[in-house]
Design a protein around this ligand. Structure first.
Ligand SMILES: [Cu+2]
Length: 400
């Protein structure tokens, strides 16, 4: 790796290590939602949601090395309505066996590969994905070596934040996530996507020739009835775009909250959340009426360890939870710190799928916005003067 690129990596480790378990969060969410999709569809024939990958990127301790450059290929299967994205080969050194939390705090057990860029090729709606990892002979490798896989959409902004859309993500336990055809994320040809993988090779031996096979399922534009267009939404109690989203919790009961307005109203079809230990709930509140609109609670096992955060699927019971444009809302993380010491590095956020009333009012990207530029920098990409996104890594390679 070029020295310049290496220095970027090291800097980001220091700043951004606490972001890694946001990716883990997403894995949990996607897993839960894909299960729900199956059961809800069985019971009442109603759709649930494609899990959105809404969290910031972290650069881990070392980049996995890849032989070759930008080795991503995209193939469209128009008959099956599938897009096959292949990336690799990656060389993955063996890493120590660690649990997720240890991996987060130690940071040394896994590593992210740089973004692979590709363009979305068709008009339609994204409705799911399947993920496989294989070796050079096409033989399946353990799915768990993918700690997380994230797809960023550089052609669309997040609703609440001036940051690039996190289109989808998968965690180590995420099953393939596919929703019925009545819901989808609207996509157009030429949308600029970036994909990266956080690896965790706990097989005990080096894996020299690893390939990612990501299959994206889409619904064509002429499908009738047309799917409901829904986009990922991410609401964090304490996010600095391109920076940290952690906070401290003093002993006792505490709440960390962020207020926002939306440029368009719309329906939340479902939500999930993320909290750390001693978290109680993430709440979406009407800040003008001081009323809780919805709440996802932390789940604990009998031993008192947090096992995750519940989720709610509004679309199953009706048209979703409607939010109004220009109205003040608040996302709040509630903690009960039963210890006598402050908790450091707490997090709270809610993610979901949002069907806008007026898609034309979805905020557009302002590439001159310093916050947007920080977000891209956290992904190790930057905006060129012509508006195109390019890898910082490429630039480092050029100046080498
Ligand atoms: Cu976290």
């Amino acid at each position: 790796m070029a020295a310049a690129a290496m220095s970027i990596t090291v800097r980001k480790i220091v700043n951004r290590l606490d972001m890694l378990d946001m990716a883990i969060t997403f894995g949990n969410l996607a897993e839960i939602l894909s299960r729900d999709a199956a059961s809800a569809t069985e019971q009442i024939g109603v759709e649930t949601m494609l899990a959105p990958g809404m969290f910031l990127f972290v650069v881990a301790a070392a980049a996995g090395t890849r032989s070759g450059d930008d080795s991503v290929t995209v193939r469209v299967d128009s008959a099956r309505h599938e897009i096959h994205v292949s990336a690799g080969p990656y060389h993955l050194p063996a890493t120590a066996m660690m649990d997720h939390h240890a991996m987060v705090t130690a940071g040394g057990a896994g590593y992210d590969t740089p973004l692979d860029h590709f363009d979305w090729p068709v008009e339609g709606w994204l409705r799911g994905f399947r993920l496989r990892v294989i070796d050079g002979h096409g033989q399946p490798l353990p799915r768990e070596i993918v700690h997380h896989l994230i797809v960023v959409n550089f052609s669309r902004r997040q609703l609440v934040y001036p940051a690039a859309e996190r289109l989808l993500g998968a965690g180590a336990e995420t099953e393939d996530a596919i929703v019925p055809k009545t819901v989808g994320i609207p996509m157009s040809p030429g949308m600029r996507l970036g994909m990266y993988v956080g690896w965790h090779n706990a097989t005990g031996h080096d894996l020299p020739d690893v390939h990612v096979e990501l299959t994206l399922l889409w619904t064509p534009k002429n499908q009738m009835p047309r799917p409901v267009s829904a986009l990922p939404i991410y609401m964090d109690a304490n996010l600095t775009v391109g920076g940290s989203n952690t906070f401290d919790v003093l002993p006792g009961r505490a709440s960390k909250a962020f207020e926002f307005t939306l440029p368009t109203g719309g329906r939340l079809l479902g939500v999930g959340g993320h909290l750390h230990d001693l978290g109680v709930a993430v709440q979406l509140e009407d800040a003008e009426r001081d009323a809780v609109l919805t709440r996802v609670r932390a789940k604990y096992n009998k031993a008192g360890a947090m096992t995750g955060v519940e989720r709610r699927l509004f679309a199953v019971s009706g048209d979703g939870l409607h939010l109004k444009a220009g109205h003040r809302y608040r996302v709040a993380g509630v903690y009960q710190n039963s210890t006598s010491e402050p908790i450091h590095g707490a997090m709270a956020h809610m993610v979901g799928l949002f069907a806008p009333d007026d898609p034309a009012r979805w905020p557009t990207i302002d590439s001159h916005d310093p916050a947007y530029q920080r977000d891209l920098a956290s992904l190790q990409v930057e905006v060129r003067p012509d508006g195109q996104v390019q890898l910082v890594r490429d630039k480092a390679a050029v100046s080498r």
